[in-house]
Design a protein around this ligand. Sequence first.
Ligand code: 13P
Ligand code: SF4
Length: 345
Amino acid sequence: MSAQLEQIEQTLQSQPDQHLEFLAKKDIIARILELREEKNVLILGHNYMEPLVYQLSGEKERGDSLALSRYAAQSDKPIILFDGVMFMAETAKILSPDKKVLIADATAGCSLAEPFKAKDVLEYRRRFPHAPVVTYVNSYADIKAESDYCCTSANGLDVVLHASKTFNSNQVIFFPDSLMGANLQHDVEKQGIDLIYPGKYDENFGRCEVHEQFKVEHLRDIRLQYDIPKHSEEAAILVHWECRPEVIAEADYYGSTSQMAKYIADHPHLKRVFLATECEMAANLASEYPHVEFVRSCNLFCQHMRKITLEKILYSLEHEVYEVNVDEEIAERARKAIDRMLEIW
Ligand code: 13P
Ligand code: SF4
């Protein structure tokens, strides 16, 4: 058994269900790891991947959208296999145009990215001609190409503040997440910034189909049922930026997926945590923090992330499919918006 296979088994041992699945799929995992070495592939894994897929990526090769963009930009490997959804793989291709970027299922989309096109950004620009455009990374390349900056949930606040200052504008267009837009608006209120996001002055809406389902009543019930009082050292509710404003207000902490994980690392007295985000994230953290109880009362999975399975990854590596390509002219303009983000944060 290879050293990494052993390491994966050890990590999953504290979670009996995950260990059982590991034993059942050990041969597939071993073959994927072999192909990774043979073909010199960088396997990047988002925090929402199912545990066995997540474990295929080394510690420095998994994380949130921002971390994965950075790893993609820095790697010298000729092939990147992106275990995440299409907009993430596309971002990796934009940052590494000379590399072959693969995704195991090319239909793995995102409810935030799908409904919008470049013409929608241009329409906002026409209506608010002096406002810079900050585009959430959960969007496709044509939209990024029309933007001044990209941002992720880890740095959205800083990028919006930076854009307002640099363009000397108290209006900033934020695209396309209406709920994250409302949350950011709350946080930049003091600076007098008017954030313009879909749904604020029109009938457009961009929402994550997973995060919009968390309701404040659920969180209050969870606090009572699982004894998670506010401001406790031992228990906490952590929430993703894409949730509703009332849900954010009820949280002990809100941030990107990796920032939520960091909160747990930084609070060693925590014994119980509820994460208002995609449920695989809790499964992955459970094997990393076996002393923490992750309240699993949610059953909210991202149908797009779930399309990335071990079997499809093996096929993808064997046949070097499905290759992600971005039109060169669009990629070049989109890269500028991503690079401006990476320069700030
Ligand atoms: P992160 O950037 O926080 O990983 O979020 C990506 C995402 O798709 C959340 O739903
Ligand atoms: Fe998109 Fe939501 Fe899935 Fe993230 S969890 S990829 S925002 S649909």
